[in-house]
Design a protein around this ligand. Structure first.
Ligand code: ADP
Length: 411
């Protein structure tokens, strides 16, 4: 990567853009194969891999291909220059998509890359390596290395790495920050979350119920920005919870490769244990559990959609990230009360607001301490929109114009 940086960083940016564009096209052409591998490897429903993960991954390459020769317009009166070799470490929940989020902007800015996928989901990253080789990208520009935490540590500590881009747990993010303290290395960290999804009495209720389901059960809840804390205004709490219970009983939990599946397999036995342990703690601390009696497959790592009622701010399952299909439900009376509660966590990644009143949306967007706020929707991603957190959810943005800044030094 260090050697390849010499010529890659000096290549005419227009040519760099063409390479990235070609990678995007090739992902599109092989989308079906990528989708099947992603679902086999990680357990997510094929409908999600096919309609969301893979097309979005291709779109990130398309989007950043376009920026490659326009960097000086993005940063007027400055000279944008690449950082060098980017070490990129990604998690197991969106394997190909996270690889795309990291590789595309790095290349567009003229950096070379060493990327490590998560140890439980390396297959689509390896397939991407094969595709990139076939695309004719100069050797050494993108390097993909498999391995677990210790391989990650090697990347973090290697003297030839100029920047670390990490997506994963807050615990490992803190370790990485300590390791590179005082070094030349720059970093962006996208860490955990505990997103608040807020339903006001004036919301379109049926739409909001679908939104609650998408917010927490998408990708089995293995989502850092999941809407894992639901806040319902007291006057509509009964009806919302009733509709929610009814609707989750119709969800199909099972075979990731079946196109009717709503919730796939939990990524690993270890993660299933973590989730079940949180469910135990939730019950022990006095939460009222409701598990949908929906169709669940037999053999494998499954977790039915799970609701917790009668919980409060002090409950562990309200404070800590579970990374599974478990929703903690609280009620509120006033807008100021819900802002206070929503912000009362160490995290600051995402939030959702459901209301027909624009004024409420503006107020909450201002006052919620979250890097991403969705209004009357949830878990919507687009390459043009920057994504990232505040507080212990990390720093730096991926996507959009801001995603370029993470891979440039501005003179
Ligand atoms: P999670 O498994 O909850 O997504 P982790 O932070 O454990 O979060 O893992 C995210 C990525 O970080 C994975 O690719 C993992 O292999 C890697 N990783 C784990 N420990 C370390 C470490 N000490 N240094 C660098 N990378 C690590």
């Amino acid at each position: 990567a260090r050697k390849a940086f010499k010529s890659w960083s000096k290549l005419n940016p227009k040519e760099r853009g063409k390479y990235i564009f070609r990678i995007a096209r090739m992902i599109q052409e092989r989308a079906r194969e990528f989708a099947v591998i992603e679902s086999l490897d990680g357990g997510k429903p094929i409908r999600e891999s096919r309609d969301i993960d893979i097309p979005l991954a291709a779109n990130h390459f398309f989007y950043y291909a376009g920026w490659a020769d326009k960097l000086e317009y993005a940063f007027p009166n400055k000279t944008p220059q690449p950082l060098g070799v980017a070490g990129q470490i990604i998690p197991w929940n969106f394997p190909l998509l996270m690889a795309a989020w990291k590789i595309a902007p790095a290349l567009a800015c003229g950096n070379t890359v060493v990327l490590k996928p998560a140890e439980t989901t390396s297959l689509t990253a390896l397939k991407l390596a094969e595709l990139i080789r076939d695309s004719g990208l100069p050797k050494g520009v993108v390097n993909i290395i498999t391995g677990a935490g210790e391989t990650g540590t090697e990347i973090v500590n290697h003297p030839d790495i100029d920047k670390i881009a990490f997506t994963g747990s807050t615990a490992i993010g803190k370790i990485i920050q300590k390791s590179i303290a005082g070094s030349k290395k720059k970093s962006t960290l996208e860490l955990g979350g505990k997103g608040a999804n807020i339903i006001f009495e004036d919301a379109a209720i049926d739409q909001a119920v679908e939104g609650i389901i998408n917010a927490i059960f998408f990708n089995q809840g293995h989502v850092c920005c999941a809407g894992s804390r639901l806040f319902v205004q007291e006057s509509v709490a009964e009806i919302v919870i009733e509709k929610l219970k009814e609707r989750i009983s119709t969800l199909i939990v099972g075979d990731p490769l079946d196109k009717n599946t709503d919730i796939g397999a939990i990524n690993s036995k270890e993660q299933l244990n973590t989730i079940n342990n949180y469910i135990k703690i939730g019950k022990k601390e006095g939460g009222e559990i409701y598990q949908a009696k929906c169709k669940v497959a037999k053999k494998g790592n499954w977790c039915p959609p799970t609701l917790f009622l009668n919980v409060s701010q002090s409950h562990t399952i309200v404070q800590e990230e579970i990374f599974g299909p478990v929703l903690a439900i609280q009620t509120f009376r006033t807008i100021d009360e819900v802002i206070e509660k929503a912000n009362n966590t160490p995290f600051g990644l995402s939030a959702g607001v459901w209301t027909e009143k624009g004024s409420k949306i503006f107020k909450l967007t201002q006052e919620l301490n979250a890097g991403v706020v969705w209004a009357n929707t949830y878990n919507k991603f687009d390459p043009t929109s920057p994504f990232g957190g505040f507080k212990e959810s990390g720093f730096g943005r991926e996507g959009g114009l801001h995603g370029l800044e993470a891979y440039l030094k501005l003179k």
